[in-house]
Design a protein around this ligand. Structure first.
Ligand SMILES: [Zn+2]
Length: 257
């Protein structure tokens, strides 16, 4: 078996492995997205809870401040009612009016804090709903990821064993070239030769569609050595029965390019 034929066998097994694991990767990726989204919601929740705590504390503080003002005003009103002179009366009245103004300012701050706390509670409720929904999706995603992993486990192990046997037969140098191409080009590491016109000896690389010299094609058919496309660099192969028999094993009389 030629090096190219050995590489094609390896490539076909690898393509099956990639196909199997891509479904699992998608499931894993989806699960990862759900986990991340849940973490985001948790962070948002924690932030809103902290803000809510602050707003509630602020409202309580302002309300008790307002009560202190109220008590002081009531005390002053008593004193004012038993004041001895008009001057004293006026002094109490002016102090009371000043305190009433401060009390009202404090009350409106308390109201603002209460309104903010209500708004934050609503946000928290919405976030809780979102978190519940997201948790469900995450649960489903987790089950699916596990199922995908289970589904392919046996088949994947069989393919990996098959791959190990094939790798043992490929010359190390050729394998190194192949693995490098796989790392860079993935499924375009190898490409078949396509016949454009058999009579005119026109062929192209299936990966980049650039035309291939007929010498290269007949050489590959003859010796089967590792042959790369000069344009895209992938390893070329001939798919069984894809080229007209006239080319096979024959050197064409006149190669145009
Ligand atoms: Zn190419």
């Amino acid at each position: 078996m030629s090096v190219t034929e050995q590489l094609v066998r390896l490539f076909l097994v690898d393509k099956q492995i990639w196909g199997l694991t891509s479904r699992r990767r998608q499931a894993d990726q989806f699960l990862g997205e759900q986990v991340k989204s849940l973490q985001g919601l948790e962070a948002q929740r924690a932030s809103i809870e902290a803000q809510l705590k602050l707003a509630a504390a602020q409202a309580a503080e302002r309300e008790s401040e307002a009560k202190r003002f109220e008590a002081r005003i009531a005390q002053l009103a008593d004193q004012m009612n038993s004041s001895q002179s008009h001057k004293q009366y006026k002094a109490f009245l002016s102090e009371i009016n000043g305190l009433k103004g401060e009390k009202s300012a404090v009350e409106s701050t308390a109201l603002e804090a209460l309104t903010r706390a209500d708004e934050l509670r609503k946000q928290l409720e919405q976030l809780n709903t979102q978190r519940e929904e997201r948790s469900k999706v995450k649960g489903l995603a987790s089950t699916e990821a596990q199922q995908r992993a289970d589904e392919i486990r046996e088949r994947l192990e069989a393919l990996k064993a098959e791959r190990a046997v094939l790798v043992g037969k490929v010359p190390a140098a050729a394998q190194a070239v192949y693995e490098r191409l796989v790392a860079v080009r993935g499924e375009d590491a190898m490409a078949k030769i396509e016949e454009i016109d058999s009579k005119r000896h026109e062929y192209s690389c299936a990966a980049c569609m650039m035309s291939l010299p007929v010498d290269l094609v007949s050489g590959l058919l003859g010796h089967g050595n590792l042959t790369k496309c000069a344009s895209c660099g992938c390893i070329l192969y001939v798919e069984e029965g894809s080229l007209s028999p006239v080319t096979k094993g024959k050197k064409p009389a006149a190669a145009k390019n």
